[in-house]
Design a binder for this molecule. Structure first.
Ligand code: GTP
Ligand code: MG
Length: 394
């Protein structure tokens, strides 16, 4: 940061902002932690398909698998919020016993570790068309519960027609519910992939997510929100809280009104904010280079541009254009920060809607800063009304 000689910190250089943003991104990711999920079910029930539908990327394909025990693999995607334990190809009987033994030692080992590193939930998958829930499966589920894991039973590949769930799948679910297993809630019915022959749609993912939220410990909730791709409204809620916090901090900074020229004073707080927003959306920072470049462009270019936009528009209102003497008050500092946060979250939502290749191109393009500015200007709470407030004070 350059000291302007008046003891005030002024503009941060682009590389400074970039490296600060990169560091804050890493911090924000670390702070969210990891949601550790165990997924169990016979081969072909749709474990991988369901995980991909819920968490987006092909975890088992792209993650580095580390065998825990025969049939149990631990996947951790680089820079992901999901730790997946995939009991791949699990069958009841011998293989099931091996998995249970492996899980047992895993849980024992984890008992020494902090809560955020432990297994947080288990999904036990049953393909509806098996129409069979064997004694060995009953025993397996009971043992999972005995290990202290919240277990959710999921019926997979359930067909629907015109929004009507196959009655036999419903019957099968209530049969399992009737077994009074010590599981969390009721059996959840799902279909994780569109059937292109019958056109049976995807459904039940939100139900499964909601059921998972009910059992997930507080320490893993933020990671789950970031990791899942099904419920954007939960992400938005987390982001709104981050923006409010940052605005409050900005109000504190502006409590002693800052000259307009020193708007850069607000930037470090904004860097932290947009890093936390990015993480909360679950946007992978493995491309953090392009992302932090985009972020720094926005913060040094976009945010300054945004500030300049405010100033220039302001000039139109103030006779003589005496903006230089006017100051950023607490309210204005808070609104400006909020505007930056909202505009960045809109940028993140665009990125979220893109596939990985498109997203990389997006971050690397000049589009980000442009989009950011468009969103910033559109923001009703910050555009016109912000300017009005500043004008009054000037
Ligand atoms: N229509 C439809 N097909 C599914 C669904 N889930 C899985 N499938 C199909 O069933 C097959 C097996 O799915 P996977 O997700 O690989 O099953 P898995 O449980 O991971 O199998 P293993 O890794 O061998 O244990 C694939 O061909 C999927 O496309 C679903 O919800 N709906
Ligand atoms: Mg699989």
């Amino acid at each position: 940061m350059a000291d302007q000689g008046n003891g005030k910190v002024r503009d941060l250089s682009r590389p400074q902002v970039e490296s600060l943003f990169e560091q804050k991104l890493a911090d924000a990711f670390a702070a969210l932690g990891i949601f550790n999920l165990l997924v169990v079910g016979k081969t072909g029930v749709g474990k991988s398909t369901l995980v991909n539908a819920m968490f987006g990327s092909d975890v088992a394909k792209t993650g580095i698998g580390e065998p825990v025990t025969r049939g149990l693999t631990h996947y951790l995607l680089p820079d992901s919020f999901l730790g997946l334990y995939d009991a791949e190809g699990f069958e009841t009987g011998m293989a099931g016993d091996a998995i249970l033994t492996g899980l047992h030692s895993l849980v024992d080992q984890y008992a020494q570790k902090p809560a955020q590193e432990q297994l947080h939930a288990a999904w036990y998958l049953v393909r509806w068309s098996d129409r069979r829930f064997e004694q060995a499966q009953v025993d397996f589920v009971r043992k999972l519960v005995d290990l202290g894991l919240p277990v959710i039973i999921v019926l997979t590949q359930v067909p629907t027609m015109n929004d009507v769930i196959h009655p036999e799948a419903l019957e099968f679910a209530s049969y399992i519910d009737g077994l009074d297993l010590p599981i969390a809630g009721n059996v959840v019915l799902t279909n994780a992939l569109v059937d292109h022959f019958t056109h049976a749609p995807v459904f039940g993912l939100q139900d499964l997510l909601d059921a998972t939220y009910l059992v997930v410990p507080d320490v893993a909730e933020k990671a789950l929100t970031a990791a899942q791709k099904v419920d954007i409204s939960r992400k938005k809620k987390a982001v709104a809280a981050i923006i409010n916090q940052a605005s409050t901090i900005a109000a504190g900074i502006g409590a002693t009104p800052i000259p307009f020229a020193d708007a850069a004073l607000l930037i470090p707080n904004q860097i932290t904010m947009i890093a936390r927003i990015t993480a909360a959306y679950g946007l992978p920072p493995s491309k953090s280079r392009a992302m932090s470049m985009a972020g720094s462009v926005v913060l040094t270019g976009g945010a300054t541009l945004a500030g300049r936009y405010a100033v220039t528009s302001l000039l139109k209102f103030i006779p003589g254009g005496a903006v230089a003497g006017s100051a950023i008050s607490a309210t204005v500092a808070a609104s400006m920060t909020k505007a930056v946060g909202l505009a960045w979250s809109q940028v993140c939502e665009i990125a979220l809607g893109l596939d990985e290749a498109q997203r990389d191109r997006f971050w690397a393009s000049g589009q980000v800063a442009e989009q950011f500015l468009v969103f910033f200007k559109q923001n009703p709470g910050t555009g016109a009304s912000l300017l009005k407030r500043v004008t009054k004070r000037a």
